[in-house]
Design a protein around this ligand. Structure first.
Ligand SMILES: C[S@@+](CC[C@H](N)C(=O)[O-])C[C@H]1O[C@@H](n2cnc3c(N)ncnc32)[C@H](O)[C@@H]1O
Length: 403
């Protein structure tokens, strides 16, 4: 493989923005890909994948390169050289690149690979917290799985087409897909492709959604005609799935504290031809009180650490802080206590997160059930999805019933 200067400069600028300026990886990649319209699909793939890889392995590469943050430009190039050598790419003879014997880099790699926090490239605090909660053996396996880039999985929008129709339509664009056992609405891309440019996407025939995430709406056991409150709807990944499961019948009230996210949901709902969704911003407790005892189903897709989705958000390893996790756990319990009141007697509620930490998952549910607000609720079932077991994102979901 021969490295191209312009593509490499785009990578260097992007990792600088993520590491030094706090830019989100997704945003940095988006910006990098806009730099040159002449780049072909292989160039774009190189830029996007290299940025994500260097972000994922930041600690390991920086340790090998013996550089410390904040990284100045020569240090970013040293990190890039480590990436090249470990990929088996000959270092080009450019003036930014110092001649470094590959032997030395490989030697440091072998040495550091004996220590999990370096081998898997993760901050000390995160490694310690997760090992404490999951146990050393399970965490070692899970962390390894969370460092494997996620495949692209789609959820067919059954309001507009069938899985077979979608597969055939994508095949015409040379996008090959396979179905996934136990995930009725999911198909997986055999090879990564920009699905957002397809007519199938523009016509609302699918959404990109991980297989574990697709289990959540189905877990709520909705039926057409019900009144369903999606309390932490965000941009509506699960709201849209609920709408399809309800065959566009009944009412979904999609709530969030951020209006900007609900605005994105509005655009997606239009594209998906999902017509049974009302959006409501939670700007005071009034919005919740109005719905006390009214919902057949309540979904709490709670804000969380996101430790189950590190495969697609590797920059979270560097952005997350332990204090944030402490705060978010308090929010999760407050949400459970308050939003559960919207459920009717006889109704069902799902509490879900994309975290693998028991303290955000089953322990939150246990705390809720033992509290005053949890009286009358019972746990029907729960599922802990681990990337190391399923190959998909880490998720938790609990189904509760109110008697
Ligand atoms: C895991 S994300 C939701 C993802 C979304 N359900 C989906 O499937 O695309 C959690 C959401 O909770 C929202 N949130 C945070 N605190 C909240 C609160 N106190 N009440 C309601 N929503 C909240 C966040 O803005 C975020 O959109």
């Amino acid at each position: 493989m021969r490295l191209h200067r312009n593509l490499t400069y785009a990578v260097i600028d992007s990792i600088r923005d993520v590491f030094n300026e706090g830019e989100y990886a997704g945003k940095a990649v988006e910006k990098a890909l806009k730099r040159d319209k002449r780049w072909g699909s292989r160039d774009r793939k190189f830029v996007a994948e290299t940025i994500y890889e260097i972000i994922r392995w930041k600690r390991l590469y920086a340790e090998i390169a013996e550089v410390k943050e904040p990284f100045d430009r020569p240090n970013l190039w040293r990190i890039f050289s480590v990436w090249c050598v470990l990929k088996g790419i000959p270092l080009p003879d450019w003036n930014q690149i110092e001649p470094t014997p590959a032997r030395r880099i490989k030697g440091r790699f072998d040495e550091l690979s004996k220590i999990r926090k370096f081998k898997e490239s993760i901050p000390d605090w995160m490694d310690e917290l997760c090992a404490k909660e999951l146990g050393e053996a399970l965490w070692t396996k899970e962390l390894h799985a969370l460092n494997i880039p996620a495949e692209v999985i789609l959820r067919v929008n059954t309001l507009t087409n069938t899985k077979e129709q979608l597969q055939a339509e994508l095949a015409k664009d040379n996008i090959e897909t396979v179905t996934l056992p136990n995930h009725p609405d999911a198909i997986k891309l055999v090879e990564r492709a920009n699905v957002f440019q397809t007519d199938a996407f523009k016509n609302g025939h699918f959404e990109v959604q991980d297989a574990s995430s697709q289990l959540v709406a189905a877990y709520l056991d909705v039926e057409p005609g019900m009144k369903v409150v999606d309390t932490c709807a965000g941009a509506g990944g699960k709201t849209l799935h609920l709408s399809a499961l309800m065959q566009n019948k009944g009412q979904i009230i999609a709530m969030d504290i951020y209006e900007s996210k609900l605005r994105k949901l509005k655009v997606r709902a239009k594209r998906n031809k999902a017509h049974n969704i009302d959006m409501r911003v939670i700007d005071s407790t009034k919005a919740i009180k109005k719905l006390h005892g009214k919902a057949d189903r309540v979904l709490i897709d709670a804000p969380c650490s996101g430790l189950g989705v590190l495969r697609r958000n590797p920059d979270s390893k560097w952005k997350l802080q332990p204090e944030f996790i402490d705060r978010i756990k308090e929010t999760q319990q407050e949400i459970l206590q308050s939003y559960s009141k919207m459920l009717k007697v006889g109704g069902k509620m799902v509490y879900a997160t994309c975290s693998v930490l028991p303290s955000e998952n089953q322990e939150q549910v246990a705390l809720f059930l033992a509290s005053e607000a949890g009286k009358g609720f019972k746990l029907v079932k729960d599922q802990k999805k681990l990337a190391s077991v399923s190959g998909y994102d880490g998720f938790y979901m609990a189904l509760l019933e109110k008697n």
